[in-house]
Ligand binder design. Structure first.
Ligand code: HEM
Length: 450
């Protein structure tokens, strides 16, 4: 394996396993300790030698040069197992621009009022089923909201709530084992253990469910004004003029589902957790949603006036970025900072690490939505990258933000969520997305005086 020798090695590597134990037990604390050792730091995770980028400017440079810092490394090798080679988030540089041009019309601003309408309906359906005093498993409730939204906007109604359950179970199985599988080398990942077997079963079923919907839609030839219709209709005017193949559409649909549901659900769960810990901010949010929303349901027209709601979501993305760690593979010998990285090196960047740097943020551990108040001095550019940057920046950033702002506003207009006594300690679960391991909260309906 290629090893960039001039990059300093993080301390406390154990023989054989290197830094595997802190990366499995407490990776957030571990990666936050790395900037003290250099702008690039080498870590050894089991068989993988990885170069962690600890500096915001070098992170930007790597993200902008996506030909040399291409998708690959342990995370994307695993993502490709389920998504295939043609998924927009995991495809290599060589095919990316064409796929991105074909997918982009699905996220045209003109489509957002329609998406927002579907989002509001899903949010209302789920939160309207809660009852006073109910103990909510918040991450699961948020997953129900976001996956219903993805299903409604991706293939409007082709996956009704009744059929969504098994799909959600498979998505959950895929995410649950993901982080640990990342550091498993063959043949360990292929042994017939129950974990490996359910992982394979889940990804086969997921793929079959989506392929069926796509085949039906191609045969119908009707425009449903949803994401899938936009993908089916797209033609690459900037390239060969062709549309997406069935394999590309299938990979893209699976990608949207996986990239869009757990991330936004994790974001909302963290926002509700943080709000319950900051009653002053919660009160101000209640005042905002009471003043802006008509009938307690947030709509697309309300978005510009939900300023504090936006800032709360942005600060949650900073403090608990759902996309917390990503890998790249170096495709040609290159320099980054003062170091030579040979072709074949695996590089890691982490929005979490950058968002928690003391030199970029005052009191980085504090939840302070007002740091995003434009009247205050703003953190440096490149200090906030919950959606990455460069050509591989999240295509669903506005979609995810819209969804999160609408959901947080509607939930807090109608409900107060508080931690169950004895359940205040919320630990992160390690997956592809950073989400609360468990978060049980009691829902009480709000009177306007709350
Ligand atoms: C709060 C919610 C979300 C967060 C935090 C998030 C975060 C990210 C990040 C950090 C990346 C870059 C990954 C990398 O550098 O390797 C990314 C890429 C991507 N995301 Fe999101 N995402 C969110 C919501 C969504 C939604 C709703 C969708 C789709 C409907 C989506 C689809 C994608 C796709 C397709 C890519 C790959 C883009 C490309 O390479 O051209 N994401 N996302």
């Amino acid at each position: 394996m290629t090893s960039p020798r001039s990059v300093p090695v993080a301390p406390k590597a154990l023989p054989l396993v290197g830094h595997l134990i802190p990366m499995l037990r407490n990776p957030l604390e571990f990666i936050n300790s790395l900037p003290a050792h250099g702008e690039l730091v080498r870590i050894q995770v089991g068989p993988f030698t990885l170069v962690m980028i600890c500096d915001p400017e070098l992170t930007r440079q790597a993200l902008v040069d996506d030909r040399v810092f291409d998708k690959g490394g342990p995370i994307f090798d695993r993502v490709r197992e389920v998504v295939g080679d043609d998924g927009l988030a995991s495809c290599p540089y060589s095919t990316h621009r064409r796929l991105r041009r074909l997918a982009q019309p699905a996220f045209h601003p003109a489509r957002f009022p329609g998406y927002a309408k579907a989002m509001s309906t899903c949010i209302e359906d789920v939160t309207g089923s809660w009852h006073a005093g109910q103990i909510l498993d918040v991450p699961t409730e948020m997953m129900t909201i976001t996956s219903r939204i993805t299903a409604a906007t991706l293939f409007s109604g082709a996956l009704p709530p009744g059929e969504l359950g098994p799909v959600l179970d498979d998505v959950k199985t895929f995410f649950d084992g993901f982080y640990q599988r990342m550091f498993m080398v063959p043949p360990l990942d292929r042994l017939p253990t129950s974990g490996n077997r359910s992982h394979v079963r889940a990804r086969t079923r997921l793929r079959a469910a989506f392929d069926q919907i796509i085949a039906r839609r191609r045969a119908e030839g009707v425009d449903h004004d949803d994401l899938l219709s936009a993908l089916l209709a797209a033609h690459d005017a900037g390239g060969d003029g062709h549309g997406m193949t069935d394999a590309e559409i299938s990979d893209t649909v699976v990608t949207f589902f996986l990239a869009g549901t757990e991330t936004t659900a994790a974001l909302l769960a963290w926002a509700l957790d943080l709000l319950a810990r900051h009653p002053g901010i919660e009160r101000r949010l209640h005042a905002e949603v009471d003043a802006v929303l008509d009938g307690g349901r947030a709509t697309h027209a309300d978005l510009p006036r939900l300023e504090l709601t936006h800032r709360i979501i942005t600060e949650t993305l900073r403090l608990r970025p759902p996309g917390w760690i990503f890998t790249r593979t170096v495709t040609a010998d290159t320099r980054l900072g003062g170091h030579l990285l040979p072709a074949g090196s695996s590089v890691v960047y982490s929005p979490y690490l950058i968002h928690h740097r003391q030199d970029l943020y005052d009191d980085p551990e504090a939840f302070d939505p007002d740091r995003w108040d434009p009247k205050r001095p703003q953190p440096p550019r490149h200090a906030l990258l919950p959606f990455a940057s460069g050509a591989r920046k999240c295509i669903g950033d506005t979609f995810g933000m819209t969804e999160a702002v609408l959901a947080l506003a509607t939930i807090t207009a109608r409900w107060r969520l508080e931690h169950r006594p004895g359940h205040q300690r919320v630990r992160p679960a390690l997956g592809l997305a950073l989400r609360p391991r468990s978060l049980d909260m009691r829902a009480e309906p709000r009177g306007r005086a709350d």
